[in-house]
Design a protein around this ligand. Structure first.
Ligand code: PA5
Length: 402
């Protein structure tokens, strides 16, 4: 049978190999809210218009937490140094922790040139709102009536943030009800910072759409990833180590950690995702991985990158001569994998050919599909997070009494 062009394209961008396969009879259906979010009407144009009108700003600060923060930060980390280098020197900051030390840093910026993107689907998250209140007061003091122009909101079509935006005429974008925070990277939650820094969000969304079309036509990456990792979980591998072999992949690994943990950790089930960065963590966690309890599944994640340096001289280390740093890194990754495999530990391997917007979109959507399918195997609803609510309600109760 002839392969669809989308399948061929996706296969060329994302290569994968898993030690062993498990058959859970997964289908290729894509009836999910996060898939429909790829087709939100006029969003790309509206985001572009909004950012065009913000030409006077040099900094963007995303005020949000969890799914309202991790995707944008991960995308920017991945794309830095990508083929499409932004033609400006704008800067991005994330306030995804209430730690006042970070806010102090943000307040040391030139606030006249700073735009705050406040993101909360519920519009009531304590960390996000309390930071917003501090920032808003500060901006009011500094810029009086002009302060409101320094804010853009992304939220639901009801709730505190929505009402506040309406009252103060603050440009407000929406997250569809059916799209959960950790699945919202293709909504303005993940698009605004990318656009501000000059990246191509059309390509980003197109990459995801292409991967979905490929998947519907049998491109098995998401299903094979879910099957391998959950198959290993059923073999008592309660921990999933995502071993990211390039610094630019660390944010994606952290984004994935939330997606996998918050989506699948319920009803007594779940696999603990751990982020490791190669080669750095070979000197931190590898001893445990190799000789510790056999309770971990491993997936290596790597990406081709152009930046490189070569060891030109011998210095008495002949085997390093004429080797590039990327080459050494690659050899170290393969040696680490080989050593684990020799110890009867099964590994997966994902290699991404490009670090551009299109490929990033394809990768994110594939991980989301894999998470949804993993939920299906485990008979778990991957789209809610009831376990987080209890701590939130304790925090609120205590705040009311002190
Ligand atoms: O993925 C999720 O749903 C959560 O991580 C939320 O994104 C996080 O709790 C923040 O919630 P909100 O966007 O309502 O402020």
């Amino acid at each position: 049978m002839r392969k669809m062009p989308e399948v061929i394209k996706s296969e060329k961008l994302i290569h994968y190999e898993f030690d062993g396969s498990y058959d859970f009879g997964l289908d290729y259906k894509t009836n999910y809210g996060f898939i429909r979010s790829l087709c939100m009407k006029n969003v790309v144009e509206e985001v572009q218009d909004c950012i065009d009108s913000c030409f006077q700003y040099e900094n963007i600060v995303q005020v949000g937490i969890g799914g309202s923060a991790l995707g944008a930060a991960a995308s920017l980390e991945f794309l830095k140094g990508a083929q499409t280098i932004p033609q400006n020197d704008r800067r991005y900051f994330s306030l995804d922790n209430i730690d006042p030390q970070r806010l102090k840093l943000v307040f040391s910026l030139d606030l006249k040139k700073t735009l705050f993107h406040v993101v909360s689907k519920s519009g009531s998250t304590i960390e996000t709102l309390s930071q917003f209140f501090v920032i808003y007061e500060k901006m009011k003091k500094l810029f009086a009536e002009e302060a409101d122009k320094h804010f853009v909101f992304t939220t639901s079509q009801s709730g505190f943030l929505y009402e506040f935006g309406k009252k103060h005429d603050i440009k407000t974008f929406f997250i569809p009800d059916e799209v959960g925070g950790r699945y919202s990277v293709f909504t303005p939650v993940g698009l605004i910072a990318l656009t501000f820094l000059g990246y191509d969000i059309k390509q980003f969304i197109e990459g995801a759409k292409t991967a979905v079309r490929a998947y519907r036509n049998g491109w098995a990456f998401a299903n094979e990833f879910a099957s391998f990792v959950i198959g290993e979980y059923k073999n008592r591998k309660n921990i999933l180590v995502l071993f990211a072999y390039k610094d630019r992949l660390k944010g994606i690994a952290e984004w994935f950690r939330q997606l996998w943990a918050e989506s699948l950790g319920k009803d007594g089930e779940g696999q603990t995702p751990v982020v490791s960065v190669g080669t750095t963590d070979q000197h931190s966690q590898l001893q445990l991985y190799q000789d510790g309890p056999k309770d971990k599944a491993f997936v290596f994640l790597d990406v081709k990158q152009d930046t490189d340096f070569t060891v030109k001289n011998d210095f008495g280390f002949g085997y390093l001569k004429n080797k590039s740093l990327n080459e050494i890194m690659d050899i170290e990754k393969n040696s680490t994998k080989k050593a684990l495999q020799q110890n009867q530990i099964k590994c997966g391997d994902i290699f991404i050919e490009k670090n551009d917007e299109f490929t990033l979109g394809a990768l994110y959507i594939s991980f989301m599909l894999a998470t949804a399918k993993a939920g299906k195997i485990l008979n778990i609803d991957p789209f809610n997070q009831p376990g987080v609510e209890l701590s939130k309600s304790f925090t609120k109760q205590t705040l009311k009494t002190v």
